[in-house]
Write a protein that binds this ligand. Structure first.
Ligand code: SAH
Ligand code: SF4
Ligand code: F3S
Length: 458
């Protein structure tokens, strides 16, 4: 694809994104493939020429949302005299493509996560009323090769997918089935995309992958056929220039190698924040989940990362009520949370997913037990999150300003630990990193006073 100036949009596309950051990234890339054929993004489905639902299959609730949203979209489509094209993309499309076509005739197109580059061609098929309207093949690198190398981004923070798919097969999880086998993009491609982001003023880049620290890409132009791990990639992206902050997500304890841990100590651009999901604190449950690591292994990694970067903040995901989880197992999770002390965490009730091994396991936990455990776990995690936020009171924190605040005259931004920060300041500060003296903290954010701007406004 050539990198020419985009035509002025003549058609409207509304993309609604569910699920993880990979989907957010994919939705951005869909906009990039649609721009050359005249589609400009709009904020709602009303009067849109094209509506794309970029879906998530991770828990039952996430999947249900898609069908209820399609009911709404049907009304909007009727208002356009049936002209609106409706596409379902993402992980539900991959898992239930044919069923969607059957259950929801409003849908014109179904495309899995590896088929976005085919969107223009599929739209043409709908107009011609010929050809396949379901694309769910796995051809990950073909997708990346076919996507435009230049990105068009808005604001100082951007995602960059470096790895896709998963080979871990945790027994509860649909991702290996919806995203396919683990695959790393070549370093050279990532560098081209990263440069385009830096050139557009991006200050903070978040490297993405379902298992981002399993990254093992080739760097043919830089180093022949040597494979690079994530630590090396992070250091290289730091050298590109322009990025003050680098993050990566989501990682797996099994792939937390020595070099990546060392990068936390030797690369100042790598933010002091690690989202390393543990799921459970019980070795018995971790085994049944096929996580491939123990509680002790996980705690050892946390200890080593903290040694490399003492101000690091930890984040995790938890599942409560996995089949067979006893009170004792759950207490092990509570214990582990107390031992680590998280600055933020996401916790879920186990949701049975069709086709995964855990769905067939004995000892499914009753709903009310799951609810009770989730409440207890979340109360503890919220307490820790509030305490972490309060620990910043009295400190001066560097904040990347990303937008308006909640009140007039206020702006908002993010701290190195991904906290939302609010303070009084001018909107011209957007895109700058400024120092804020923190004097207030709640469960979800911190706030304070602007101490100094470090940069001259452009
Ligand atoms: N690759 C990441 C996570 C991807 S899914 C990792 O390995 O950690 C994001 C989170 O959703 C998971 O960490 C897990 O906590 C949760 N999750 C996945 N499958 C689930 C299920 N069947 N029920 C409840 N939560 C689930
Ligand atoms: Fe799912 Fe496990 Fe893979 Fe994470 S590592 S995406 S939880 S199978
Ligand atoms: Fe959901 Fe697919 Fe992401 S199932 S969490 S959108 S990889």
């Amino acid at each position: 694809m050539t990198e020419t100036a985009q035509p002025k949009p003549t058609k409207k596309v509304f993309i609604k994104t569910y699920g993880c950051q990979m989907n957010v990234y994919d939705s951005e890339r869909m906009k990039d493939v649609l721009a050359p054929i005249g589609y400009g993004p709009v904020e709602g489905p009303e009067g849109a020429d094209l509506v794309v639902l970029n879906t998530c299959h991770i828990r039952e609730k996430a999947t249900e949302k898609v069908y209820s949203e399609l009911g709404q979209i049907k009304k909007q489509k009727a208002k356009t005299g049936g002209k609106m094209i409706v596409a379902v993309a993402g992980c539900v499309a991959q898992a239930e493509g044919e069923e969607i076509m059957r259950r929801a005739p409003v849908v014109d197109l179904v495309l899995g996560p590896q088929a976005y580059h085919k969107l223009p061609e599929m739209i043409a098929r709908v107009h011609r009323k010929t050809g396949d309207r379901l694309e769910t093949e796995f051809e990950t690198l073909e997708k990346f090769d076919a996507l435009p190398k230049q990105r068009s981004v808005d604001g100082p923070v951007a995602y960059l997918s470096v790895q896709e798919g998963c080979d871990k097969f945790c027994t509860f999880c649909v991702v290996p089935y919806t995203r396919g086998a683990e695959l790393s993009r070549p370093v050279d491609d990532i560098v081209i995309e990263a440069r385009s982001l830096a050139a557009q003023g991006v200050r903070e880049v978040q490297l993405l992958g379902q298992n981002v620290n399993a990254y093992h890409g080739l760097a043919p132009q830089l180093e022949g056929d040597a494979e690079w791990g994530l630590g090396k990639l992070v250091r290289h992206v730091a050298k590109i220039g322009g990025f003050d902050r680098i993050r990566y997500t989501t990682s797996h304890p099994r792939d937390m190698d020595d070099d990546l841990i060392a990068a936390h100590g030797d690369t100042p651009e790598l933010m002091p924040f690690l989202h390393l999901p543990v799921q459970s604190g019980s070795n018995r449950i971790l085994k049944a989940m096929n996580r491939g690591h123990t509680r002790e292994h996980y705690l050892d990694i946390m200890r080593r990362v903290k040694e490399a970067r003492p101000d690091i903040g930890f984040a995790s995901d938890f599942i409560v009520g996995f089949p067979g989880e006893s009170d004792r197992d759950f207490e092990d999770t509570m214990d582990l949370v107390r031992e680590v002390g998280y600055c933020i965490a996401y916790s879920f009730k186990y949701s049975e997913r069709p086709g995964t091994p855990a769905a067939e396991m004995f000892g499914q936990v009753p709903e009310e037990v799951k609810t009770e455990r989730l409440h207890r776990l979340q109360a503890l995690l919220w307490e820790q999150q509030t305490a972490f936020n309060q620990s910043k009171i009295g400190q001066t924190v560097p904040v990347l300003v990303t937008g308006k605040g909640r009140m007039a005259g206020q702006v908002s931004g993010r701290s190195p630990w991904l906290q939302s920060v609010y303070f009084e300041g001018s909107e011209d500060l957007q895109g700058q990193i400024v120092d804020v003296a923190i004097n207030h903290a709640t469960q979800n954010s911190i706030s304070g006073e602007l101490v100094r701007t470090r940069e001259v406004a452009l």
